[in-house]
Design a protein around this ligand. Structure first.
Ligand SMILES: [Zn+2]
Length: 283
């Protein structure tokens, strides 16, 4: 059995065919068109899909930036201005003539990490992406949390510095406003990859602080972190995050919470999208 996987990001669109053992058998990618033409963006996506051999595929799974209405009926990715209330699920279903399931890209990645990644076999964990922004998805009692509007796991807006920098959401001191790639670029005036060691340590510390709040609140003893900032600062980032978690998680159940790198690398978004399709298909 195999499914079609689609990843819709602010810089890149990707589509692939993924077997139910997690093997990606074919994939294509294209830069996300800039501008505000919703149909031009959709045409780029369908161009990728039509370049794949989709014969025999049973379903389509999609990971897409949020926010969106439940099930991806109307998506409005913050970093893709061309789509505001775009009816993504219905349009893809019509194009592919297959059942389509859409979820937030960070929640999709959580499914992928739990399937064949660094959280494989874990019943309780948070998967995070620390890149230009910060996102996350939480698996609790073996189930991916959706929440009232499908937005559970938005760890980027956990407060890590009271009265800190203003966030795009309107609050102050969110993890995303202090420790994302976008925040680091604003703080240093340089690309995140050129940040000095103090910033790398601080980024790990603040992400660890957010993880500690989640671990204390929800009894999730594992955080799997990927994204260009976390992995790019890896040798500095992970020890700093772990040290902060060790300092802040002092309850019997949260002591020992671990922070580890994601296990899927560059395949994560497509594996996650495939996991969205497979999880819903099997229900
Ligand atoms: Zn915020």
């Amino acid at each position: 059995m195999h499914v079609v996987a689609v990843d819709i990001g602010g810089t890149k669109l990707a589509a692939g065919v993924v077997r139910d053992d997690g093997t990606i058998v074919d994939q294509l990618a294209a830069p996300t068109p800039a501008g505000t033409d919703a149909e031009a963006l959709f045409a780029t996506l369908t161009g990728l899909l039509d370049g794949l051999d989709r014969s025999g595929a049973t379903a389509v799974g999609v990971g897409c930036g949020g926010p969106m209405t439940p099930g991806g009926e109307a998506v409005s990715p913050l970093n893709i201005p061309a789509w505001r209330g775009f009816p993504l699920r219905q349009r893809l279903a019509a194009h592919c003539a297959l059942p389509v399931w859409v979820d937030n890209d960070a929640k999709a990645l959580a499914r992928g990490e739990g399937w064949i990644g660094a959280a494989r076999g874990a019943r309780d964990f948070i998967a995070m992406v620390v890149s230009t922004g910060i996102g996350g998805g939480i698996v609790l009692d073996g189930r991916l949390l959706d929440g009232a509007g499908g937005n559970a796991g938005h760890i980027g807006h956990v407060i890590v510095e009271p009265d800190g920098r203003e966030c795009g959401c309107g609050a102050r001191g969110c993890a995303e406003a202090e420790a994302s790639g976008g925040a680091i670029a604003r703080i240093t005036g340089r690309p995140p990859a050129q940040a000095p060691v103090e910033i790398r340590v601080r980024t790990g510390t603040l992400v660890g602080r957010a993880i500690a709040s989640v671990a204390n609140l929800l009894d999730v003893p594992l955080a799997v972190v990927s994204g260009s900032v976390a992995l790019g600062y890896g040798e500095t980032f992970f020890p700093a995050a772990q040290a902060e978690v060790d300092a802040r998680c002092r309850l019997d159940f949260s002591r020992g919470t671990r922070v580890v790198p994601g296990g899927l690398g560059a395949d994560g978004p497509l594996i996650g999208a495939a996991a969205v399709a497979l999880a819903n298909w099997r229900q």
